[in-house]
Design a protein around this ligand. Structure first.
Ligand code: SAH
Ligand code: SF4
Length: 377
């Protein structure tokens, strides 16, 4: 049997273990520092823990690290990391550079987009992540390790991020998380929440809950459950259609949880949390970019006091969908703003490197069948 990974454990769980072993509580903090501040990859490197304690830990817990199989990204753009997990499954994380135009303020840190599942069961028609179906949920440590692996990469070459986007060197690369990689986060609820508790904790990665955005395709009952959690995460809804007719055509989940039910769950979340929700709306030519969607979208956004992020569709190999031309994108934005909605149109930088979720993995899996892959830039 594979033993539990150390990065799936909360401080409370470790404290119980250490107490059983007759170890003082401050040793737990020493261990956590090795894991989340120094981010070591091996037990032997934890030099202030005694050899017997390290052996005890190694016998009880695994200490997995993700293997980087491919990195993609040009200067000034998003950097994609493709990881191989212990069972050879592939997942990706995307590091989005500090960008004053996107986030409104100059920052020396970055946003990391993390995956929560291998594949996705929800099968949205436009998305690469669902194309090959769902394989499995990620364990808490596999979500946490996407952050620690990037930090380890940054520790090893702090000048790399500076070269990419001109930011200053700092001891941590990441201070924002978006749960928008491969998979439906709320379908892996317990593992996600455990991972986020570890990533948020001061003894863990120390990323503020308000700097963590969870994106969902609209699992209404889970949105209600999330509203009951003590942590104040931001919530983004992948809407992509403002009428059931249009949304069900591209997102099968809408047949199970139609817009009215989703809107009720969002209203509940907002009432409990007092936080603004974001609607993600990909613009796909001829599918959901008609001005007939503007009025219902605006009505929904006004009712829920939600902000709308318009995202031009990123083409996926093998799928017929296209992004509308720039004029149509601007028209849609203008019409929405005219209705009194706060909206942004993402003028994407990452399109050239398969920035939309699931695309690098899909491409790599297909290429791996033919030849080994190399890191590219
Ligand atoms: N399953 C969750 C989170 C992962 S998807 C969700 O659906 O919200 C993250 C975002 O990327 C979603 O808004 C999704 O609709 C969007 N997306 C998927 N494929 C895309 C593509 N080809 N171009 C642009 N955005 C895409
Ligand atoms: Fe899954 Fe989200 Fe892609 Fe839909 S958009 S298939 S829910 S990852």
């Amino acid at each position: 049997m594979v033993s539990a990974d150390i990065k799936s454990q909360t401080r409370e769980q470790l404290a119980v273990k250490f107490a059983e072993w007759g170890q003082p509580d401050y040793r737990v903090d020493q261990l956590l520092q090795w894991l989340y501040t120094k981010r070591v990859a091996k037990w032997e490197e934890m030099t202030n823990l005694s050899k017997p304690l390290r052996e005890h830990l190694a016998a009880e817990f695994a200490l997995h690290t993700h293997e980087l199989v491919r990195k993609q990204g040009a200067r000034d753009t998003t950097q994609k990391f493709l990881w191989r997990l212990h069972d050879h499954a592939l997942v990706e994380s995307v590091l989005i550079p500090a960008n004053p135009a996107l986030y409104g303020e100059q920052s020396d840190r970055h946003t990391l987009c993390v995956s929560t599942q291998v594949g996705c069961a929800y099968g949205c028609k436009f998305c690469a992540s669902g194309l090959d179906g769902w394989k499995r949920n990620l364990e808490p440590y596999e979500i946490v390790e996407q952050v620690t692996a990037i930090e380890r990469w940054h520790d090893a070459q702090p000048e790399e991020l500076e070269r990419i986007d001109g930011t200053r060197k700092s001891d941590r690369a990441i201070n924002n998380l978006v749960i928008m990689g491969m998979g439906e986060p709320l379908a892996n609820y317990d593992n996600l929440l455990k991972a986020l508790r570890i990533l948020n904790a001061p003894w863990g990665a120390g990323i503020g809950a308000r700097k963590i955005t969870i994106s969902t395709s609209g699992l209404a009952p889970r949105i209600r459950q999330l509203a009951g959690e003590p942590l104040q995460f931001r919530l983004a809804i992948s809407l992509h259609g403002a009428t059931d007719d249009v949304r069900s055509r591209i997102m099968p989940v809408n047949r199970k949880h139609p817009i009215a039910e989703l809107a009720e769950a969002c209203a509940y979340y907002q009432e409990k949390k007092g936080r603004m929700i974001t609607f993600e709306y990909i613009l796909i030519a001829g599918i959901n970019d008609g001005l007939d969607q503007v009025r219902p979208l605006a009505a929904l956004a006004r009712r829920l006091n939600a902000k709308v992020n318009l995202i031009p569709y990123n083409k996926v190999d093998g799928l017929k969908w296209e992004r509308p031309d720039e004029r149509s994108q601007e028209n849609f934005l203008g019409a929405l703003e005219h209705q009194g909605v706060i909206a942004t149109l993402r003028r994407e930088k990452g399109g050239d490197i398969d920035a939309a979720c699931g695309q690098l993995r899909l491409k790599t899996e297909r290429e791996l069948k033919d030849a080994p892959v190399k890191t590219s830039r």
